[in-house]
Design a protein. Structure first.
Length: 148
């Protein structure tokens, strides 16, 4: 089985949860490329999201995990890039559906709303769930057409 490479990034408000996510991903045997930030000193989330997203689009990473306080800012930034399907997730069921139905390639987590147990469950489900294709592929094709 191919080893998954995950691009990981956060702003200051998501730093704590990003570090927790990095630990969890490493425990799962996932290769992590950390695009910062490296402290809880104030930074602008687009500055860290952009290189993480670029690594996915360039094929250096398979998927991405982004974290900011609410998750909203990182979601907005990520979804500006054609080919990125970022899902803001706060429970395992939504994580599963984001993969099965939407083939999400970026998971966004809310740093203010989540601790290790929730993050671990979400990451496990999101990494292990496959895209179902079928009627869902038709819908993704329509989204791809909007990006042109």
């Amino acid at each position: 089985m191919k080893r998954t490479v995950v691009a990981l990034a956060s702003d200051h408000a998501g730093f704590r949860l990003k570090e927790i996510a990095k630990e969890i991903l490493n425990e799962f045997g996932t290769q992590v490329e950390d695009f910062g930030t490296d402290s809880d000193d104030s930074v602008d989330y687009p500055d860290h999201a952009k290189p993480a997203i670029a690594s996915i689009l360039e094929g250096e990473a398979d998927r991405g995990v982004l974290v900011c306080g609410s998750g909203i800012g990182m979601s907005i930034v990520a979804n500006k890039f054609p080919g990125i399907r970022a899902a803001l997730v706060s429970d395992a069921e939504t994580a599963e559906m984001s993969r099965k139905h939407n083939d999400s390639n970026v998971l966004v987590l809310p740093g203010w709303k989540m601790g290790r147990p929730e993050a671990e469950e979400i990451l496990k489900v999101w990494l292990r769930t496959e895209f179902e294709g079928g009627r869902h592929q038709r819908r993704l094709d329509k989204i791809r057409d909007l990006e042109k």
